[in-house]
Ligand binder design. Structure first.
Ligand SMILES: Cc1cc2nc3c(=O)[nH]c(=O)nc-3n(C[C@H](O)[C@H](O)[C@H](O)COP(=O)(O)O)c2cc1C
Length: 319
């Protein structure tokens, strides 16, 4: 069986979407990254609490923390454990963002391996939950140190590692390099999960066969396509992939929407659902017009009307 997890994606993988992916067969999710310092300074802040929400149906959830200072991150991890809400702590050593990496957080930690190792060790010592780390290949092509970092993680007591096969400098350009992922995976004995550029179930199954790796993590390939997890299971079982019908697609948009409305105030839910609907509709005939209208709609009812019209248009073209 192919082991597959959903990647943490800021602004996308909130508890509603993670739950939908787990309903489609994804085995584990991660919260969007949470600032260790932000949490310690203002633990009750609404935005942070939203990030830390666990859906009732979520089977397995790691909280992902980011920060620069080992003691701060370890302390935040301890508090997270005390909440009794998470199955593990994941440390972010991959974020390339301009506000994060240059100041030594996220992927910036790969430039300071001693601090990164201290952070991993202190976090492992602070909690009894499993601690994992998500990293990239290194800062840039001249400084690829993923193998060294994987060793340091193992020595620090980290239980598993996820590697996104790009450098910080690459951001999301070029292609993920799975040779380095394999190299790192084969050089440590803790599980290593591979990540980067999996957009189809076939790619997931083929990448999961990379020697040494425990499984794969999917990020952008799940946006608007949580069915990818179900499709991977179908292929594993030797079944044919069933194309997602229009009815099913619109039905899931409705479920997603209703759950968002149950969680957030209407005007926020309407705004946040726009991008998801855009991804769900990707590739459908007439989708670009519908998307533009949905981006202007202020009320859920208007969105339903636009989607119903789109459905009628597509169905009449098929007749
Ligand atoms: C919109 C977006 C938000 C992301 N947010 C996070 C995050 O909060 N934490 C993290 O470790 N990685 C984050 N990532 C990186 C992804 O988890 C993943 O490593 C990357 O997208 C490569 O995998 P993919 O090719 O399957 O998308 C983000 C990526 C994207 C595109």
């Amino acid at each position: 069986m192919t082991q597959v997890r959903l990647a943490p994606l800021c602004g996308v993988t909130d508890h509603v979407f993670r739950e939908i992916c787990q309903e489609q067969g994804c085995s584990q999710g991660y919260t969007e990254m949470v600032s260790a310092m932000g949490y310690l300074c203002a633990p009750n802040q609404r935005a942070t609490q939203d990030l830390m929400t666990r859906g009732a149906g979520e089977k397995k959830l790691y909280i992902q923390l980011f920060g620069r200072d080992p003691d701060t991150v370890a302390e935040a991890a301890k508090r997270m454990e005390e909440l009794g809400r998470f199955d593990g702590i994941d440390l972010n050593m991959g974020c390339p963002a301009h506000k994060i990496a240059p100041s030594g957080e996220g992927c910036g930690l790969m430039r300071t391996p001693d601090i990164a190792e201290e952070m991993m060790r202190k976090t492992v010592q602070a909690v009894s939950l499993p601690v994992s780390v998500k990293m990239r290949l290194g800062w840039d092509t001249e400084h690829i140190n993923v193998v060294e970092m994987a060793h340091r993680a193992e020595c620090a007591g980290v239980r598993e590692i996820t590697i996104h096969g790009r450098t910080r400098e690459q951001q999301y350009s070029g292609e993920a390099n799975w040779d380095y992922i394999q190299q790192a995976a084969e050089s440590v004995s803790i599980p290593v999960w591979g990540n980067g550029d999996i957009f189809t179930p076939e790619q997931a199954i083929s990448r999961a066969k990379t020697p040494g790796i425990a499984g794969v993590m999917i990020g952008r390939g799940a946006m608007g396509n949580p069915w990818i997890f179900r499709d991977i299971q179908a292929l594993d079982a030797g079944q044919e992939i069933q194309p997602v019908s229009l009815e099913e697609r619109l039905g899931l948009i409705r479920i997603h929407y209703d759950r968002m409305l149950a969680w957030k105030p209407e005007h926020i839910a309407v705004r946040e659902m726009r991008k998801h609907i855009g991804w769900y509709l990707h590739g459908l005939r007439g989708a670009s017009r519908a998307r533009a209208e949905i981006n202007r709609a202020e009320r859920p009812n208007q969105v339903w009307e636009i989607l119903s019209r789109l459905q009628r248009e597509i169905e009449s073209q098929e007749e």
